[in-house]
Design a protein around this ligand. Structure first.
Ligand SMILES: Cc1ncc(COP(=O)(O)O)c(C=O)c1O
Length: 399
C-alpha cells in the first residue's frame, strides 16, 4: 500500500509562488546592494551614532552570568520563563500589575505573541472581525487571516497632512459589533509615526467600550517615546476600562535582543477563573505551534530585571536609545519645512511625503532603502550618513 501513489497526488513542486512580505523583500534588496555607502532605513532596528546595533552592556553582563550559573537546559514548558513574565508585569501593567484577571506568558517575540493572541481569539469567536488602521505593518493582516479571522482595514493616516484620520478611525470602530477586535498600536508602533495622543486614546477607549470591542494592543517599543510609564498609557487605559484586553509585548527592541525573540502575551478577562481557562488554551495553542518559547534572551532579560543595579543601568541605556531617536528626529525636522512633522512624532518610524517613484529613485541613485510607502526608520543610519540622507530626500521631494 505504501508504494501506491495517487495519480492526482500533489507535492511541494505544486506550491504556488510566494509574494514576500514587503519588509522581508526590502531586507533582501539591501543585502544584495554592493555599494559600501548604502543606507538601510527600512528595517526596524535601532542603530547608534556609529551605525551599529550593539548588544546592550547590561545584556552582555546578564549573558555572562547566565553562562556562569546556568546548570541545565532542560525544558521549561510552554509558559517559558515564569519569572521573566512576573518581572515584566509592573513595567507593562503599572497599577494593574496586581490584578489577578491579567495573565501573561512568554512568547517568541512580539510577533509570536500576535499570532498566539489571534489564535486564542479565533478559537473563542470565529466570526470576529479585526479593525486595523491602514497603513499598518505588512504582517498584521496576514496573521489575522491566517487564524481565520477577517481583517477590516480603515484609513488611519492622511499622508499630505502628516495627520491621523481620527474621525475615520472612530467611525470605523463605532461600526464594530460586540466581540469584534480593535488592533491598536501601542506607543511608537505605528509605521507612519503618527501615534494617538492621550485625548485620542480616551476617545478610542470610549468607542471600544461603547461597541463592546476587544482591544488588542501591539506594543513593541515601550520606552522609545517618552518613558516606560508614559509609553504604556494606551495599554493601561484599556485595562482600566475593558473587561477583555489582549496585549502583545516585545522586549526585542527595548533590550536590543532582536534575534533572540523575546516577548510576551497578556490576557485580561472578566475573572481570574476565565483568565486561567484562557491561559490553558494559550498553552495548548503554543504547544501546537512552537511547543516552548526560546529561553536564552528571556533569561538574559530576566537577569537584568531581577537585579536592581542592572535594571537601573538598563534604564540608562534605554534612555540613551530614546535620546538618539529624538535628536535625529529634530535634526531631520529642522532640515525642511515639509519635514517638521517628524519632530513632533516619537519612536523610530515616520513616513516621508514621497511617491513610490521617488522612493525607487532614492534606491537606484543613492542606495537609500526605505519602504515604498516612504516609511523609514529615523535611526536606521549612523551620524555620518544623516546629512547625505536629508539632502537626497529633500532633492527627491523637489523632483
Ligand atoms: C507588527 C509587529 N508587531 C510587533 C513586532 C515586535 O517585534 P518582534 O517580533 O521582533 O519582537 C514586530 C516586529 O517585526 C511587528 O512587525
Amino acid at each position: 500500500m505504501l508504494t501506491q501513489t495517487h495519480a492526482q497526488a500533489r507535492g511541494l513542486a505544486d506550491l504556488p509562488p510566494v509574494v514576500n512580505d514587503s519588509l522581508i523583500a526590502l531586507i533582501g534588496m539591501v543585502n544584495a546592494d554592493p555599494r559600501p555607502d548604502k543606507i538601510d532605513v527600512g528595517v526596524g532596528v535601532f542603530r547608534d551614532g556609529a551605525g551599529n546595533t550593539p548588544i546592550l552592556k547590561v545584556i552582555k553582563e546578564a549573558e555572562q552570568r547566565l553562562r556562569d550559573t546556568q546548570t541545565t537546559k532542560a525544558y521549561l514548558g510552554s509558559a517559558g520563563d515564569k519569572r521573566f513574565t512576573e518581572l515584566l508585569r509592573p513595567i507593562l501593567l503599572g497599577d494593574h500589575a496586581g490584578d489577578e484577571r491579567i495573565v501573561g506568558v512568554q512568547t517568541p517575540g512580539g510577533c509570536g505573541a500576535l499570532r498566539l493572541g489571534f489564535e486564542l481569539l479565533a478559537a473563542a469567536n470565529r466570526e470576529a472581525r479585526v479593525f486595523i488602521g491602514g497603513p499598518t505593518w505588512p504582517n498584521h493582516p496576514p496573521i489575522v487571516e491566517a487564524v481565520g479571522l477577517t481583517p477590516v482595514e480603515f484609513p488611519y493616516y492622511e499622508r499630505g497632512q502628516g495627520a491621523i484620520r481620527f474621525e475615520d478611525m472612530i467611525d470605523a470602530l463605532r461600526s464594530g459589533e460586540p466581540g469584534d477586535i480593535a488592533l491598536l498600536h501601542g506607543c511608537c508602533h505605528n509605521p507612519t509615526g503618527a501615534d494617538l495622543d492621550e485625548g485620542q486614546w480616551r476617545q478610542v477607549r470610549d468607542a471600544v467600550v461603547e461597541r463592546g470591542l476587544v482591544p488588542f494592543v501591539d506594543i513593541a517599543y515601550q520606552g522609545f517615546g517618552r518613558g516606560l510609564d508614559e509609553d504604556a498609557y494606551g495599554v493601561r487605559l484599556m485595562l482600566d476600562s475593558c473587561d477583555e484586553v489582549i496585549v502583545a509585548q516585545s522586549c526585542d527592541k527595548n533590550f536590543s535582543v532582536y534575534r533572540d525573540r523575546v516577548g510576551s502575551l497578556w490576557i485580561k478577562t472578566r475573572s481570574a477563573e476565565d483568565s486561567a481557562k484562557a491561559m490553558a488554551h494559550v498553552y495548548k495553542i503554543a504547544r501546537e505551534m512552537w511547543s516552548m518559547p526560546p529561553d536564552h534572551g528571556a533569561a538574559a532579560v530576566r537577569i537584568v530585571l531581577d537585579d536592581p543595579q542592572l535594571c537601573e543601568r538598563w534604564l540608562v541605556e534605554l534612555a540613551g536609545m530614546r535620546d538618539r531617536i529624538n535628536s535625529v528626529r529634530q535634526r531631520i525636522a529642522a532640515a525642511d519645512p515639509r519635514l517638521t512633522f517628524i519632530g513632533r512624532q516619537f519612536g523610530m518610524f515616520s513616513m516621508l511625503p514621497l511617491s513610490k517613484e521617488q522612493v525607487l529613485k532614492l534606491r537606484s541613485d543613492h542606495a537609500i532603502y526605505m519602504a515604498e510607502s516612504g516609511r523609514f526608520n529615523v535611526v536606521g543610519m549612523g551620524d555620518v550618513a544623516i546629512d547625505r540622507f536629508i539632502a537626497a530626500v529633500v532633492a527627491a521631494m523637489d523632483s
